[in-house]
Design a binder for this molecule. Structure first.
Ligand code: IMP
Length: 182
């Protein structure tokens, strides 16, 4: 089964390909639009609909991912604003703002079935702690994230993320609905 993934983030694309071996994931080359919404799921739904429309896709499946880092001490900020926050404040800047480093990643994947125009949303989350960046692997906050029960970051060891992550949980739920086998 072919799924078009509307994303400019090569890290997300690589993870989807690795975590969904039963599907052929192709990048949909189109500008994605992110509204100023509070929920990842509303943003991912908007992203997938506008991407399919702007690219003129009218058959098969299109998916979009909206994800973010939710810091407990900041009441879940910066969530859907993770990308601009990371660009402006930076990883070290974030650590300077907080004392308690508990945080979780959340992911929302919206899947559009172009036949009936219905969108289904799949979600996942992963708890952990933030530390000064270690390791070069992955993308975004991976080098700062210690998943619960581990003392190495996702930046140091991506195999942990391949086993369990916010994105993997969401993708697995989607694979079940599409009846994709690994
Ligand atoms: P989006 O493009 O609006 O979904 O923003 C995603 C942003 O959230 C990324 O640029 C990272 O800052 C952060 N993020 C989401 N998922 C991950 C992940 O799996 N690893 C590291 N950072 C992530």
């Amino acid at each position: 089964m072919r799924i078009l993934f509307a994303t400019g983030n090569s890290g997300k694309l690589e993870e989807a390909r690795q975590m969904l071996p039963g599907a052929e994931i192709q990048r949909l080359e189109v500008e994605t639009v992110e509204p100023q919404e509070k929920s990842l799921s509303e943003i991912s739904k908007y992203k997938v609909r506008t991407a399919a429309e702007n690219a003129g896709v009218d058959s098969g499946f299109v998916m979009a991912d909206d994800s973010g880092l939710f810091v407990d001490e900041l009441n879940g900020f910066h969530g859907p604003l993770s990308h601009p926050f990371e660009e402006k404040v930076g990883k070290e800047g974030l650590l300077e703002l907080i004392h308690d480093r508990s945080a979780s990643f959340r992911c929302s994947i919206a899947l559009l079935d172009c036949e009936d125009r219905e969108v289904e949303v799949f979600t996942g989350s992963e708890k952990g702690r933030l530390v000064p960046p270690r390791g070069e692997k992955g993308f975004g906050y991976d080098p700062m994230f210690l998943p619960e029960g581990s003392d190495v970051t996702w930046g140091e060891d991506q195999s942990q993320k391949e086993e369990s992550s916010h994105r993997k949980e969401a993708l697995q739920k989607m694979a079940q609905v599409l009846d994709l086998r690994g």
